[in-house]
Design a protein around this ligand. Structure first.
Ligand code: XMP
Length: 321
């Protein structure tokens, strides 16, 4: 719409004024906020923006490609990709405590990102750091939803001396739905624009137990099937999000194909919510649940049971960890 066009144009103009002929850095998370922020800054300063995508190996199926291929094709941003999955797996080895997982993932992310920043700055000074801060983050900081890991750590004061940047926050005046419309306006991949909330620590906090490469692969497959069937049923806008959780240390007996199996359960956690502060379990139609269950147990050999979480928040949080 005309107004949306204006919002985007004005944001681009404001970035141009702020950054002048300076250079900027932006971390992409795979989520809509950092993507729209980066696309706006790219429009304003072009190649003087360098985006960094730290692939921690904890994203869902297809999400890394969405950033590396589709987002770049749509925007033309200059992107540096760091495949850090080995490093994250190593750091997470043996760790089962949820808070410890979060701390490790946050810490490793910052280390990798800072290394990249140093490499970029060595190439030519950059003074600006782009962040996808939204209006609700500004008024009530600390709300967990969808905020990229970087946000809570990279307040300007906490940065090492050689990495002090001025923040560029082109979404500071916008609400989530406005950001999505801006994303559409900017021609970003629909899967990014309409991505439901997904935690910064990713699948790392959806494996109950130790995070390993094999378990991540299993969860990624199951999650992809659940998302595909929910989308096909037209439920994306009704459901706030639907974590799929792998109970990696639980086994149960099943019969799959022509034999007894001793596999793992996954939990479907579909919820409805306004703001993630409270939530209700979503009444997903039985036939949709049935399709998800059948497909997961047929297509993912390691999984022989699919269960549905029917707990509201409170008392249950949306995520299991
Ligand atoms: P909970 O599990 O606390 O989740 O009910 C509320 C919302 O926040 C998301 N979430 C996170 N987002 N980093 C994030 O960026 C995190 O560590 C994190 N933990 C939970 C969760 O997906 C839900 O939307």
């Amino acid at each position: 719409s005309w107004t949306m066009l204006n919002i985007v144009e004005e944001a681009v103009e404001a970035v141009r004024r702020q950054v002048g002929d300076g250079r900027a850095i932006c971390a992409l998370s795979g989520g809509v906020d950092s993507a729209v922020a980066a696309a706006i800054v790219q429009k304003a300063i072009g190649d003087r923006l360098t985006c960094v995508f730290v692939d921690h190996g904890l994203l869902r199926k297809g999400e890394a490609e969405q950033v590396e291929r589709d987002f770049v094709a749509a925007t033309g941003v200059k992107l540096r990709v760091v495949d850090a999955s080995e490093r994250f797996l190593k750091a997470l080895a043996g760790v089962v405590d949820p808070e410890e997982k979060r701390k490790i993932i946050g810490r490793e992310f910052i280390r990798v990102f800072e290394d990249e920043q140093r490499a970029i700055v060595a190439d030519g000074p950059a003074d600006f750091l782009v962040q996808g801060t939204l209006y609700p983050d500004v008024v009530e900081s600390g709300g967990g939803t969808g905020t990229a890991n970087i946000k809570s750590h990279h307040n300007v004061g906490g940065l090492p001396d050689d990495l002090r940047f001025q923040l560029v926050e082109p979404l500071r005046a916008l609400f989530k739905d406005e950001v999505r419309r801006a994303g559409e306006q900017l021609g970003l991949p629909p899967a990014m624009v309409w991505r439901q909330p997904f935690p910064g620590p990713g699948l790392g906090i959806r494996i109950i137990g130790e995070v390993t490469a094999e378990r991540l692969d299993v969860l990624r497959e199951a999650d992809a099937i659940a998302r595909e069937e929910l989308s096909r049923a037209g439920l994306d806008r009704d459901i706030w999000q639907c974590p799929v959780v792998l109970l990696a240390d639980v086994r149960s007996v099943g019969v799959q194909g022509d034999g007894r199996t001793y596999g793992h359960p996954v939990v479907l956690r579909p919820v409805t919510s306004e703001d993630a502060m409270t939530a209700d379990w979503a009444r997903v139609p039985y036939d949709v649940l049935s399709r998800i269950s059948t497909r997961i147990t047929n297509e993912v050999r390691e999984i022989n049971r699919v269960v549905v979480d029917v707990t509201s928040k409170p008392p249950g949080t949306i995520e299991w960890e």
